[in-house]
Design a protein around this ligand. Structure first.
Ligand SMILES: [Zn+2]
Length: 322
């Protein structure tokens, strides 16, 4: 069983992950963004300077590691990420895997034989992404509005198989905290394990029963969109987190922002207006102090930000030794 985790630039011991945000994005472009005449011009050097600044700010809060689960079809640029990681000193883990049929680029994967997709994921993990030599350290899955969607289920099945083969965890995108159980079902059916996956965006609805039911199955619950208050106010997100801790599921709670440092396309300039508190450091600046006010202890915060991310990787690596 490996005790290493794979970063965009090399590998570190799992014990050295430290405070970890499990779902943030350095660089995203939705499919076809560059065809939009109203998309602002992408200037790589400016985007890089912005990303490095924000990552250094995050580092000043003693956050050492982030996972960037950008799927291969959302403008993934692992060389950009590796450079931003190297310049800022933040450990960044990148992903293999794809987005949902409704929001990704499904044609290629709908028509490829399953074993060729497995081979591609394996290659991105063991040899590197494209010819960059940069290896994926997590596997992304996604589902859209319809959790029964055939394409999404096929790709989740591939991810589960590859997770079991490589000992890497799975990070999911759900459609506003729906379809999480279907994701766990498909992962388990294909030989993956619930305790090696994060059911992402599970905090997007004020629904403790849903969140607890995901935790009950052994999966990690991603309350990973702090600051996106137009979807759900932070006060509700925090109450849901505290309810999960009080229900005995502290060891499966994970928090993050799903922030996007460089959003290519016309959505980019609009995001800060839509959600002014949605930054990479919001949890450290505003959420943790408020959680302490609401009754969580420092030990709870450390469990959620340090121990739980490490255990996700430990569980996933442990699959291989059995
Ligand atoms: Zn995301």
């Amino acid at each position: 069983m490996s005790n290493q985790i794979q970063l965009a630039g090399g590998a570190i011991a799992r014990a050295d992950m430290g405070t970890t945000l499990i779902h943030e994005h350095i660089h995203i472009g939705v499919p076809g963004w560059q065809l939009d005449l109203k998309a602002p011009k992408y200037i790589r050097s400016e985007a890089m300077a912005h990303a490095v600044d924000r990552l250094q700010e995050l580092r000043s809060h003693d956050c050492r590691t982030i996972i960037d689960p950008c799927p291969m079809d959302l403008g993934r640029d692992v060389e950009f990420v590796a450079e931003a990681a190297q310049k800022s000193g933040v450990n960044i883990i990148v992903a293999t895997g794809v987005f949902s049929e409704s929001d990704g680029i499904p044609f290629t994967f709908r028509t490829m034989p399953r074993e060729d997709i497995v081979e591609l994921y394996m290659k991105e993990i063991t040899e590197g992404i494209g010819d960059t030599g940069i290896k994926a350290g997590v596997i992304k899955i996604a589902s859209g509005e319809d959790p029964a969607n055939e394409y999404d289920r096929r790709m989740i099945g591939v991810a589960a198989e590859v997770s079991a083969l490589t000992g890497l965890p799975i990070i999911s995108h759900t459609h506003y905290a729906t379809g999480g159980h279907e994701q766990v079902d498909v992962v388990e059916y294909h030989g993956g394990k619930a305790d090696c996956m994060i059911v992402g965006h599970s905090g997007d609805r004020d629904d403790h029963a849903y969140q607890a039911s995901i935790a009950k199955r052994g999966a990690f619950v991603g309350l990973d969109r702090f600051g996106l208050e137009m979807t759900l106010p932070d006060e509700d997100r925090m109450r849901n987190l505290i309810e999960l801790v009080q229900a005995g599921y502290r060891e499966q709670a994970l928090i993050s922002h799903d922030h996007i440092l460089c959003m290519l396309g016309r959505l980019g300039p609009a995001l800060p207006q839509m959600a002014p508190n949605w930054t990479l450091t919001h949890i450290f600046e505003r959420i943790i102090p408020r959680l302490i006010e609401l009754g969580l202890g420092r030990d709870d915060i450390d469990a959620i930000l340090i121990d739980n991310p490490r255990r996700l990787f430990e569980n996933a690596a442990g699959q291989q030794s059995v």
